[in-house]
Design a protein around this ligand. Sequence first.
Ligand SMILES: *[C@@H]1O[C@H](CO)[C@@H](O)[C@H](O)[C@H]1NC(C)=O
Length: 422
Amino acid sequence: MLSYASLASLATLLLPAVSAYGTGFTGQKVVSGYFPSYQQSPADVPYNLYTHLDYFVFTTTSSPTSISQAGISDSVITDFVTRAHAAGITTSYVVGGWTGSQYFSTHVSTATSRATFARTLVSVMQQYNFDGIDIDWEYPGQQGEGNNVVSPNDSANFLLFLQTLRSVAGVNARLSISINVAGMVGADGNTLTDLSGFAAVLDYVTTMSYDITGTWSGFTGSNSPLSAACAPPSNPLSIATGISYLQGAGFAANHILVGMPAYSYSYYVQGPLTQRTCPDGTKSSLYQYATVGSTCGTYIGNGPQFLYRDIYNSGYFTSQSGYRRVLDQSSQTWILWNPTTLSFIPTDSPGTYYYKARQFFQRRLAGTNMFDTSGDTSDGRLVRAIRQGLKIDPTTNVPTLRKREIVREHLERRRRSAIPTI
Ligand SMILES: *[C@@H]1O[C@H](CO)[C@@H](O)[C@H](O)[C@H]1NC(C)=O
């Protein structure tokens, strides 16, 4: 039988894990987005459509005593935080990103530099009145942009750093990280299967379920497929695999945010766009290779990157634009294809976002994190569809999307084949 003293010490042992979540973890649905300070004005963000925003981005420097504002003035940062708080939402700042992760490995490598770097990050949080810190290290133990310091000890040191950061920042700071959709690697280069230590100190984790297929891939496909059931076997990643990875590694569903892109890569594809039957039984013409005579079209080159707002505002979803559209079932991605210009744009829409968010609701996930706020239309068509999918609008006064539009997309989807679930 346990003595009172041993029960008390057991309670002390348990306490840090239990109290790791402060007010940063709300337990409510999260509709988050990244604010790209380099291409959007704080005045143009529809704050009331989000529950949280991540200011993007501060970058690492060669010293753990500083991070860089990457050329953005104090007044922009302050304006953004003030507006977010006036709208009643929380905001974190992101440190890292694709071009800003160069020195994480160095700063987390010793106990001394971990403590210094943690104090630096917390002082920046306090200086601008942010509610939290989001670490976007691309990637621990793996090269990203090309000139990052990388060590096999990165992920182990990263965990030690996050524990230090939690103790310096306190329980009420909202601490989050984003993780490559393929997972985080350990010292042996293999994907880590146990991230429970990370889960114990973080409020939220975002699976970066975008850039899964792009203009570097050598074939066409979805930027952010719901399922990869129809994708080439060399490209098995998807929103579904990203979520399953995090849950399998020890993150509770209600701490997981799904990364959603508000931008698309485009390609040039020579028709005719016929459909093939996928291993999951759905039909698809999404995946094209640069081989003449491939079954459903031929990928002949890369086009420009599009923001969703530009695709929508240019009318590419309407037949008058010259684009035809077809919904790819297993990825839940629209294909817009213009037979004259051969422009081929796999893209999301309010309907696919609604459908994806409804599945996140059913899996009891925390919510979504959209990259980024500038890619949506100024009236927030994508983010409003997410809110509806997560069923959070009945309790708010946010105007909902016209039902008719969602229903029309659903009918179009039903006509084609059964709706896949993840
Ligand atoms: C990794 O950590 C171990 C144990 O602390 C240490 O001996 C080793 O030198 C480190 N490796 C690198 C590349 O820093």
